[in-house]
Design a protein around this ligand. Sequence first.
Ligand SMILES: Nc1ncnc2c1ncn2[C@@H]1O[C@H](COP(=O)(O)OP(=O)(O)OP(=O)(O)O)[C@@H](O)[C@H]1O
Ligand SMILES: [Mg+2]
Length: 286
Amino acid sequence: MSLLELSGVTRSVVLPDDRTLEILRGIDLTVDAGEHVSIVGRSGTGKSTLLNILGLLDAPTSGEYVLDGVPIGRLSGRARARRRGTDFGFVFQQFNLLQGRTALENVVAPLLYARGRQFWQRRTLAAEMLERVGLGDRLDTRPEKLSGGEQQRVAIARALVRVPRVILADEPTGALDVDTGSEVMDLLDTIARENGSALIAITHDLAVASRASRQFRLADGVLTPIAISARSAGSLGALGAPGDQPSGPGPGAAGRPAVSGDDQAEHVARPLVPAHGAAPGEGDAA
Ligand SMILES: Nc1ncnc2c1ncn2[C@@H]1O[C@H](COP(=O)(O)OP(=O)(O)OP(=O)(O)O)[C@@H](O)[C@H]1O
Ligand SMILES: [Mg+2]
C-alpha cells in the first residue's frame, strides 16, 4: 500500500463572475513512504493547489485522497488537522518564519502541538534539529538577522522536527541563489532520507527536480510523468510541452536551469478556503 494515493482529484473554484475555474482536472498520484517526487510546471498551473491538497490545507472538489489507507474525505476537520500536524512538514519559498522570534522558537513552534516526549523535550529536540541543519550556534538569532539560505535551513528544521512522514516543499529554492539552493536541497534530501520521510518538491528548477526518483509535470491541471536527467536539465521549455515555457529568463549559468520570473514573483502557497470546512489546525507550520 502506498503512503499517499490521489485518484481522480479535481479542484475547481467559482469566480466572482460565476465562471468555474478548473484548477486540477483529475489527478492520479501515488507516493510511497520515503520516496522523493518532484513536480514541475509553469506558473498558475495548480502546483500549490495540489500541494495544499496533499498537505490537508485544502480539500479536493471531487476524487479521492487516501493517506496511509485512510480516505481523508471521511475524517472530521479536527482529525484532519491532527494528521496535518503529525504527518506533514511544509517548506515554502519565502520561508514563512515567525519574525521577532528566535530560530529556536521557530523550530519549537510545531512541537507545542505535539504530545509526550516531543512536547516535554521540545527545546532539546529543536536545538538538535538546528544543529543538524548546521545552525547549532545560531539558536538565539532572529530570522531577520539570518541570510536567505540560513532562514530556509531554519524552515527545514521546523518542517522536520516532528519527523513527519511527508515533507511538502513549494519552490524551496525559489528565493535562493543557485549554489545556496543546491546546498539547501542537499540538506533537505539528506535529512528526509535519514528520517524516512517522503519528499514532494514543487519547483521551476529542473536541476532540483532531477534529484527526485520520479518526476511529474503539471500542465492545464493534468499531471503527467516525465523524465528529467540531471544533465539534460535545461529549462521547462526543454520538456517540450506546448505552452509550458516559463515566462521568465531562459537557462542560466552553465548547465543549470534559470529561476523564472514567475518564481521571483511567487510568495507563499496561496491560502485557500478549505471546501470541506477544515480549519487550519494544530501543527500548522506557517
Ligand atoms: N481560491 C482561489 N480562487 C480563485 N482562483 C484561484 C484560487 N486558488 C488558486 N486560484 C487560481 O488557480 C490557478 C492555480 O494556482 P496555483 O497557486 O496552484 O498555481 P501555481 O502552479 O502554484 O503557480 P506558481 O508557480 O505561480 O506558484 C491560478 O490561476 C490561481 O489564480
Ligand atoms: Mg505556487
